[in-house]
Design a protein around this ligand. Structure first.
Ligand SMILES: [Zn+2]
Ligand SMILES: [Zn+2]
Length: 351
């Protein structure tokens, strides 16, 4: 498929309009004036709920939703039933790597103490895997302090273990950003992600959202949100990851934490007003570098000017629990191509 007049998102931002050939069986050449071609985004943090919770999501509905949202790779967290693998005992990191695990994570809970984290970092280092943590000292609830304490402990553990790599999931506070920034200046091998909702929303949105504003970590103050956005630009936050956490409506109304993430991510991220190079780093290159994946033949075509109103009923995901319901977003994925196949294509309606 030849795309004419398309701009390409790369490490230095957007190219000028050009003709690009994308390997896409059966797809016709087209005029792509105004459109942006990006390598497929990678989501370091998603809950696919399979096995165990088909009312929330399945591998098929989750993967379809990811593709529609522009993600050609997602990292599925382990808090399934049965758990893919997690707990108070160390897992066999080398065996997990042999069957395809690209990282170890405690996400869903932070039931890990300092000594256990140290041993997990050692085991992961021996297997060449990073450890991803949901940094929140459980005994302290979900206050900003609970994040700062867990981040401090984790960085201390990392300092003691040579060769380990630590990745902080869904960083949400200025205090954590400052700690991670200082650790990076010190040369510690730590990376961090922030979610689209923590970058775009704040505690001011919580009241209007009711139970649909419940998420862990919670939406923070506008000052915390500003700190995350600044940290994303200056590279203290490496990546944007959705923490896609689908729930059925009844669970959400009963107070379950978590947001649908995949199908709103591109619109929300483009709405942050970042430069193209930062978007490429946060959504394409750093997520892959963090888990050692190389970019494959995977592309998304984005209409950055498409305005649309979020309607969860149209989501491919079983999780309709979006905090962006009814909001107008600008920017949408119109085609996803993987390994020569058009995986999803949206018929554009001008609204
Ligand atoms: Zn988490
Ligand atoms: Zn999560």
């Amino acid at each position: 498929m030849r795309l004419h007049h398309v701009r390409v998102l790369g490490p230095t931002g957007l190219s000028t309009a050009q003709t690009v050939e994308v390997n896409a069986e059966g797809a016709e050449d087209r005029d792509a004036t105004g459109l942006v071609l990006s390598p497929g985004w990678m989501d370091l943090h998603a809950h696919l709920r399979d096995p165990g919770f088909p009312q929330k999501e399945t591998l098929l509905s989750g993967a379809t939703s990811a593709a529609v949202g522009g993600f050609t790779h997602v990292l599925a967290m382990a808090n399934t039933d049965p758990v893919t693998d997690r707990g108070r005992q160390l897992t066999d990191a080398i065996a997990l790597k042999a069957v395809g695990a690209v990282a170890l994570s405690d996400d869903g809970r932070h039931a890990i103490d300092r000594a256990m984290l140290g041993r997990a970092l050692e085991a992961a280092a021996a297997a060449g895997l990073p450890v991803l943590i949901h940094a929140q000292a459980e005994g302290l609830g979900d206050d900003p302090d609970a994040e700062a304490v867990a981040v401090t402990e984790a960085l201390d553990a990392l300092r003691d273990v040579g060769g380990a790599r630590l990745h902080m999931q869904h960083v949400s506070t200025r205090a954590a950003v400052d700690l991670i920034g200082a650790a990076k200046s010190e040369g510690l091998p730590v990376t961090a992600e922030a979610t689209p909702h923590h970058l775009a929303l704040s505690s001011r949105d919580v009241f209007a959202l009711g139970p649909h504003g419940n998420v862990n970590p919670p939406l923070r103050s506008p000052d915390d949100r500003d700190a995350l956005c600044e940290a994303l630009v200056d590279g203290v936050i490496d990546a944007i990851a959705t923490d896609h956490a689908p729930h059925e409506l009844a669970a959400k109304q009963a107070g379950a934490n978590g947001f649908h993430g995949f199908e709103t991510a591109v619109g929300v991220v483009l709405g942050l007003g970042l430069d193209g190079g930062t978007v490429y780093r946060a959504c394409v290159s750093r997520p892959r570098e963090i888990v050692g994946q190389s970019l494959e033949d995977e592309w998304i075509l984005i209409d950055p000017d498409a305005e649309w109103r979020v309607d969860a009923a149209s989501f491919k995901s079983r999780g309709k629990n979006t905090p962006f319901q009814g909001r107008r977003l600008r920017g949408r994925v119109i085609m996803t191509v993987c390994r020569g196949q058009v995986v999803t294509e949206r018929v554009m309606q001008h609204v």
